[in-house]
Design a protein around this ligand. Structure first.
Ligand code: DGI
Ligand code: FE
Ligand code: FE
Ligand code: FE
Length: 188
C-alpha cells in the first residue's frame, strides 16, 4: 500500500512538470468541489492525484495495457486521448493498490464521462475542466457555474469539448454524448 507522499512521487515522476502542475490544480479544485457538494474530500484528492498518471505514456504502451488485460477494447477504435483514463484506473488498482471502486470509476470516466455519473465522477471530471491552470474559451463561465451547480457546470464543460471536437471534424465518443444527455434530462 502506497501512502499519499509515495503516490505523489511516483505520479509526478511519470510526467512533465507542467502536467504535474495541472494534477496539483485538479487536486485543489476537486477537494473544494467535494467540500461544496458533499463528497468525500479524501477520495476526491486521491482520484485527482491519479487521474492523468498514464497521460504521457507512449500510446502503444497504453494500447498494450488495454489489450493485454481485457479492458475496454472499444476504446482502441476511438481517439487516443481517451485511453489514459482507462489505463489510469487499471494501473491505480494493479500497481498502487487502490481498491475503492468509486475512486477507480472517477479515474476511469474522467475524460469521457458516462451515464449516471456518481458525485465523485462529476467532481473529478469538472475539476479537470476548471483547475486554476486551465485556459480555454469559456472556462470562466464554467468556473462561475461550478459555484452553484455541479451539473450545469459539467454540462457546459461537455458542451465545450463537443463543440471543440465538432469544429475539428473529429468523432465524438458515445459515452460523452450519453453523459451530457443524461445530465440534461435529469436536471432539476
Ligand atoms: O487529460 P486532460 O488533458 O487533463 O483532460 P481529459 O482527460 O479530459 O482529456 C480531454 C481530451 O480528450 C480533449 O483534448 C478532447 C479529447 N477527446 C477526444 N475525443 C473525446 C475527447 N473528450 C471527450 N470528453 N469525449 C470525446 O469523445
Ligand atoms: Fe485526463
Ligand atoms: Fe476531462
Ligand atoms: Fe487532467
Amino acid at each position: 500500500r502506497y501512502n499519499r507522499e509515495e503516490l505523489i512521487a511516483a505520479v509526478s515522476a511519470g510526467m512533465p512538470s507542467k502536467r504535474w502542475k495541472h494534477v496539483e490544480g485538479v487536486m485543489e479544485s476537486a477537494v473544494l468541489l467535494a467540500e461544496r457538494y458533499g463528497a468525500d474530500p479524501v477520495k476526491a484528492d486521491l482520484a485527482a492525484l491519479l487521474h492523468d498518471l498514464a497521460k504521457f505514456w507512449p500510446i502503444e504502451e497504453q494500447e498494450a495495457v488495454i489489450r493485454d488485460n481485457g479492458l475496454n477494447t472499444e476504446l482502441l477504435r476511438h481517439d487516443k486521448q481517451l485511453l489514459h483514463a482507462e489505463v489510469g484506473a487499471f494501473i491505480s488498482q494493479r500497481d498502487y493498490g487502490v481498491e475503492d471502486e468509486e475512486v477507480l470509476d472517477a479515474i476511469r470516466y474522467h475524460t469521457s464521462g458516462r451515464e449516471r455519473m456518481t458525485l465523485l465522477d462529476k467532481i473529478v471530471c469538472l475539476a479537470d475542466y476548471i483547475e486554476p491552470g486551465r485556459e480555454f474559451p469559456g472556462v470562466e463561465k464554467i468556473r462561475e457555474l461550478a459555484e452553484t451547480s455541479l451539473e450545469d457546470a459539467l454540462i457546459a464543460g461537455f458542451d465545450s469539448t463537443i463543440s471543440f471536437l465538432l469544429e475539428k471534424g473529429k468523432p465524438i465518443f458515445p459515452l460523452t454524448l450519453l453523459a451530457r444527455n443524461d445530465l440534461i434530462v435529469n436536471r432539476t
